[in-house]
Design a protein around this ligand. Structure first.
Ligand code: ASP
Ligand code: MG
Length: 439
């Protein structure tokens, strides 16, 4: 590798791993451009789901055999190293059966096997096509995470020395490292997964550590659109998003990216390209903001739960928002968004969490004047785009009239609406802010 050429990281998703020829072609094309290329791979389609199902039914030994056979079939022609991973997986599954379940580190070890198999399978494929490749397991490489199993965060500074030494060494030999996505090694030294869809995040973390010029996330049938095409038939592809816009999109329901994916890229100032495997010309670039460009996307999360804390006379004691959100997070309940005034605090929570939220909040308010109300099922409709507040005048009156509340930032406006109003509101907002909007 020439010193001044910054590496290129390309991640192939679970679905696209089903398309070996295209993976080979893309890797070859990048190398032909003289770009030292690092491949990050997630498990082949359906494999992580099968591993999850084993963990969810620890006594279903018949189901486990079927899952293992299905996983083996997804990796034809595995080299010896990969076959050892299959054997190890069988042993891990036996351990889950013996213990009648898995603690979080064991569960993460089981879940990580899908990526280990995928990189062995993919490395063999690249080698056969004349692209010298090396399988790399991220935990062994030294991608370090915190100890939150199942939703770990990558510790970039801790990971930097070993990840750079390992991957740049392979690149210098003119070979392609094929690195497992989705997990790393916790500070305690166990396997820790990053949450479903976490290979995107692995790719940007590795890109940031290597000082990559770009991270390309290749997905099948996925492009970043102005709305869910099941709701808006003529949703438009989005060519460019700022980091912040992309984060809002991930937060408010466009399941295109793992929610932490953008952060390493923003820190390192590297661009993310989300590219479709079928049509490489369809791509969205996520990068530094270039000022408001009229890009708008509309998302829907439904149903969610709304719980209201009403404070008659507005005599809210200081710190009530902090107390409420702390109690909820202690009990593992996420706040999707909240609306607040001096007399009312509305918490929008994930689906089905409203009743539990009331139970854990109740002791906080039992002795004061505040009244807890709800839970109420709601739809949360969000319009996203840098400078979206300029569009306030175009928000259809029907949406404003039904709103249970709204919250806004310089790049998003969210409306809580009655559930049946959600999908029509997405279409109305799309019409008002995306179609017929002078871009
Ligand atoms: N294989 C993992 C999952 O299915 C990670 C990923 O696909 O990015 O969630
Ligand atoms: Mg923009």
């Amino acid at each position: 590798m020439r010193r001044h050429v910054r590496p290129y990281v390309v991640k192939f998703g679970g679905a696209s791993v089903a398309e070996p020829d295209r993976i080979v072609a893309r890797t070859r094309a990048l190398r032909a451009l003289g770009l030292p290329t690092v491949v990050v791979a997630s498990a082949r389609g359906g494999v992580t789901d099968r591993l999850k199902s084993v963990l969810e039914a620890p006594h279903d030994t018949v189901g486990h055999r079927r899952a293992l056979a299905g996983i083996a079939r997804r990796h034809p022609g595995l080299p010896a190293a990969g076959r050892r991973h299959l054997e190890r997986l069988a042993r891990l599954v036996s351990a889950v059966e013996d213990r009648g379940g898995a603690d979080p580190p064991l569960a993460d070890r089981v879940l990580s096997q899908g990526e280990r198999l995928a990189v062995d399978w993919l490395t063999r494929l690249l080698d056969e096509q004349g692209i010298p490749a090396v399988a790399v397991e991220a935990d062994r490489l030294g991608l370090i995470t915190d100890d939150h199993y199942g939703r770990a965060t990558v510790l970039l500074d801790r990971s930097r020395p070993a990840v750079r030494a390992g991957l740049l060494g392979i690149l210098r030999q003119g070979r392609v490292p094929v690195v497992t996505g989705y997990f790393g090694r916790s500070l305690e030294g166990h396997v820790a997964t990053l949450g479903r869809g976490g290979s995107d995040y692995s790719a940007t973390a590795i890109g940031a550590i290597l000082g990559a010029r770009r991270v390309e996330l290749i997905k099948r049938d996925v492009s970043v659109l102005s709305a869910d095409p099941r709701l808006v038939a003529h949703a438009l592809p989005i060519a460019r998003l700022s980091y912040e816009e992309a984060e809002e999109l991930a937060q408010f329901g466009a399941k295109v990216l793992h929610p932490l994916t953008v952060e390493p890229a923003r820190l390192a100032g590297l661009e993310i390209v989300v590219r479709s495997l079928e049509d490489p010309n369809v791509a969205t670039v996520i990068g530094p903001p270039r000022g408001p460009d009229g890009m708008r996307a509309v998302t829907l999360l439904s149903p969610l739960s709304l719980v209201r804390i009403r404070v008659p006379g507005g005599r809210q004691r200081p710190g009530v928002v902090a107390d409420a959100s702390e109690r909820l997070s202690e009990h593992g309940i996420n706040i999707v968004t909240l609306f607040t005034s001096s007399t009312c605090l509305s918490l929008v929570l994930e689906r089905g969490r409203g009743r539990r939220a009331r139970e854990v909040l109740d002791p906080l308010f039992r002795s004061g004047p505040a009244v807890l109300e709800g839970p109420l099922p709601i739809a949360l409709v969000t319009a996203i785009g840098d400078g979206v507040l300029d569009d306030l005048g175009r928000i259809p009156a029907t949406i404003l009239a039904q709103g249970e509340g709204l919250s806004a930032t310089p790049r998003s406006i969210s409306f809580a609406l009655p559930v049946p109003g959600g999908a029509p509101a997405v279409r109305a907002l799309h019409r008002a802010l995306v179609e017929g909007h002078d871009r």
